[in-house]
Design a protein around this ligand. Structure first.
Ligand SMILES: [Zn+2]
Length: 366
């Protein structure tokens, strides 16, 4: 944010817009110069922190990925960001020109279907660029049989070819699993590290938690929730952009909202607003993660000897390998944690026994 503030104040936007103006007088060609330049500046600004992050991960054994492979990942994601970013920014500036008062609304109407489309294609096109996925049944049919029991108890028919194993061990040492995709691309992915680290009962809980996301439609609910949040934030961005350009931007070399010279300011606003939206997104995420924990613990009841113990030990063994802070500062947790802290999750699980007399499970009947 600070570097963007400095770039905007030192009239970088005007310099880049002038350069783009020399290439062509057409707005969209100028965008093909200005947008990639700004996106490359943003990527370059993030390199030092990313390098430090990877160095620390290697030092503490969280990652085992060598530097050449790490740079290859960086290159691939930068190219993806450039392609998608140029397209999105091109459309944003076209809408700004067409509709100076309503562009934020049209841009929202464009963003929501794009998010849906990206969610659908991510596991088919994007994820395979970074990892190798094989149906879990190919390598571990016995485990899939166990997982099918969890699915059956949830009244589900998750086809075995929707459960994938990911070769996370080429990068990470810690365990993880997740649900991704939408409709025909929806699937459950288990990291291969999980199979090495967790005991069979812990794996059943980890899988049960993901099945919770799957059956409770958390991906679709997440998209609906973010559609509401970005509606509000786009409107705020529209008002801020208009106000800043009217009152301040002459000194920054920005002549109009819809001019390419405002792109740095637009990216700065997106960064600041994105940061302010984090606690909203994370509070929502923590609530669905808690639901998935409750579901996961209930769905393995009767399939493992002690569902409470399996749940607690699953949280603890994951946290140990990830060197997780079990009880982070409450404010840090509120702002930046997508899951409740390990301590909270384990505490809840240890005391949650809906099968006791007088209590009722949330997702299953007794
Ligand atoms: Zn989850």
């Amino acid at each position: 944010m600070l570097t963007l503030v400095v770039l905007v104040r030192f009239r970088t936007g005007a310099a880049i817009a002038r350069l783009a103006g020399r290439v062509s007088s057409r707005g969209w060609v100028q965008g093909l110069v200005a947008a990639p330049l700004w996106l490359l500046i943003l990527s370059a600004l993030e390199i030092p922190a990313s390098l430090l992050g990877h160095r620390l991960s290697l030092h503490f054994g969280l990652s085992i990925e060598g530097w050449p492979a790490w740079w290859m990942d960086w290159l691939k994601s930068t190219v993806l960001t450039l392609l998608l970013g140029v397209l999105v920014l091109g459309i944003l500036y076209r809408l700004m020109r067409r509709s100076p008062r309503r562009w934020w609304l049209w841009f929202w109407a464009f963003t929501v279907p794009v998010v849906v489309l990206l969610t659908f294609v991510a596991p088919l096109i994007v994820d395979p660029l970074f990892n190798h996925f094989t149906p879990l049944a190919n390598t571990d049919p016995a485990l899939v049989e166990q997982l099918e029991r969890v699915a059956a108890r949830g009244g589900l028919q998750i086809p075995p070819d929707r459960i994938f194993l990911m070769d996370a061990s080429r990068r990470f040492t810690g365990a993880n699993a997740y649900v991704t995709g939408l409709g025909a691309s929806k699937r459950i992915v288990v990291w291969d590290t999980t199979i090495r680290i967790e005991t069979p009962n812990e794996i059943l809980f980890t899988y049960g938690h993901e099945q919770g996301h799957y059956v409770l439609h958390h991906i679709a609910k997440g998209i609906a929730f973010s559609a509401v949040v970005i509606f509000v934030f786009y409107w705020i961005a529209f008002r801020l952009m208009r106000w800043l350009v009217r009152t301040r931007a002459a000194g920054w070399g920005i002549d109009a909202v819809e001019s390419w010279s405002s792109l740095g300011l637009a990216l700065l606003l997106a960064t600041v607003l994105g940061f302010l939206a984090e606690p909203i997104a994370n509070t929502f995420s923590r609530s669905i993660e808690h639901q998935a924990d409750v579901y996961g613990q209930e769905v393995i009841h009767g399939l493992v000897p002690d569902a409470q113990a399996a749940t607690v030990s699953s949280f603890c063994s994951d946290a140990l390998v990830w060197l997780d802070d079990p009880g982070p500062n409450r404010f840090v947790e509120f702002w930046s944690y997508s899951h409740p802290s390990t301590e909270e999750r384990a505490e809840f699980a240890a005391h949650y026994d809906p099968w006791l007399p007088g209590r009722t499970p949330k997702y299953f009947s007794k």
